[in-house]
Design a binder for this molecule. Structure first.
Ligand code: ZN
Length: 418
């Protein structure tokens, strides 16, 4: 082998050995709040959803005239975006001129506030920390608390939750919490674990009574592969991580993948889209197993799903403009939930159906459960008014949502619905 050839070989080995997956950076990416005031603006939103090329919505835009959406604009699109804003008179507000700063701030807080051996809500947690904490709760009261496994994710992780049945009595109504079906909506799983902890540790008699009246099921992180990916590679990742027909684009939106008029509306057939509905119904193994697990939950009475953001408490359906059968009842109880939130520190949520707020969406988890399992009360929350929720906010938001959930199920008892 010639001298040059061996140097080339040495260099290529060096390059391949030193390569590892890096974390996505969003330096100088801007975050705007944009209002869709007419059909053309909605077309622009749709164009961005179908062909993002670096643009990204912080959460799904509602696709309704008059609605606002938080949009990430990459530096190479500043020219194009400013022309669109100018030419089509889009009303915009600059929320951040450097998304990376927001992510760095969150990272720093996560590092600074992490204390080994203590699980609290001063910071976001890795999957294994949350699982270890749930295991320790189960070990502390083995007769009343146990972990459950929904199945394995595409990448082979256990989809794990916690089941609490104080006194282990048979026949209690069950309440099921589902969160982080969207990987980047971190606040959702911390709301779930916060509520779990409050229920288990509160000294208040009303909370103790509530805890004992139901069987509680908590599934903090449904989309665990996506969640790990948000920590390891891309904080803005929303979907699952399964390869699609397009080798460059991974994952489907798990909240578009269920067997509820699958693919009919509110999603995309394009694998690179953030709202890609998947190759077929339940193509995402997490959702397939979830759909098989839910019917095994005995006597399902309440179903709560946490997303972010928007400050909404939503009732079924997303798939139809028709109201749920008990719409009046669940709306009235939703209003109690809203009041309980605003009583904490004045935060205002709105109550209405999913299709009222977001337009028609097929394949959501809440509709799937509402239609097939018919829990008496089903709600989908959009937590907070922003997507990357500061770590200092976790506890306060947890407090609001705990009050809200308490209000719902206390009201259910008062009205003798259980
Ligand atoms: Zn979501």
């Amino acid at each position: 082998m010639g001298h040059l050839a061996s140097i080339a070989l040495y260099l290529s080995v060096l390059v391949s050995l030193s390569f590892c997956v890096e974390k996505a950076r969003f330096d100088f990416y801007r975050v705007y709040e944009a209002t869709a005031s007419d059909e053309i603006h909605l077309k622009i939103f749709q164009q961005i959803l179908d062909y993002p090329d670096g643009y990204k919505f912080m959460t799904t835009p509602k696709m309704l005239i008059g609605s606002t959406a938080q949009l990430i604009v990459p530096p190479h699109k500043f020219g194009e975006w400013s022309e669109w804003v100018e030419n089509f008179k889009i009303e915009v507000k600059l929320l951040s001129n450097n998304l990376q700063e927001m992510i760095d701030k969150e990272d720093a807080a996560n590092q600074r506030q992490r204390r080994t051996g203590v699980y609290d809500w001063s910071t976001y947690r890795r999957l294994n920390e949350t699982y270890a904490w749930m295991e320790s709760l189960a070990a502390s009261l083995p007769n009343d608390i146990s972990t459950f496994i929904v199945g394995k994710s595409y990448e082979g992780r256990d989809i794990k939750g916690l089941r609490v049945n104080i006194g282990n009595a048979i026949g209690k109504p069950s309440i099921f919490f589902e969160s982080n079906i969207h990987a980047n909506e971190w606040i959702g799983s911390y709301a779930t674990t916060y509520i779990m902890n409050q229920l288990l540790t509160s000294e208040h008699e009303d909370v103790k009574a509530l805890l004992e009246s139901f069987e509680w099921w908590f599934l903090p992180i449904l989309n665990i592969d996506g969640y790990e990916y948000t920590w390891n590679v891309d904080r803005t990742w929303r979907k699952t991580r399964r390869p699609t027909q397009n080798p460059l684009c991974h994952g489907a939106d798990p909240n578009r993948n269920s067997d509820v008029s699958w693919g009919a509306f509110g999603g995309s057939s394009l694998p690179c889209s953030a709202i890609y509905y998947g190759d077929h119904v339940f193509s995402e193994v997490e959702m397939k197993q979830f759909s098989e697990f839910i019917p095994t939950v005995p006597n399902l009475f309440g179903y709560i799903s946490f997303h972010s953001y928007g400050q909404y408490i939503m009732t079924p359906y997303a798939v139809s403009r028709n109201a749920a059968d008990d719409f009046e009842l669940i709306n009235e109880i939703g209003a109690k939930a809203k009041d309980a939130i605003s009583a904490i520190r004045g935060t205002e949520y709105s109550v209405g159906s999913m299709s009222d707020f977001f337009g028609l969406i097929a394949g959501t988890s809440v509709d799937y459960v509402a239609i097939n399992q018919k829990p008496k009360l089903a709600y989908c929350y959009e937590i907070s008014d922003t997507h990357i929720v500061a770590t200092e906010e976790i506890q306060a938001i947890g407090e609001e949502l705990f009050a809200s959930v308490k209000a719902i199920f206390k009201e259910a008892i008062t009205r003798e619905l259980v």
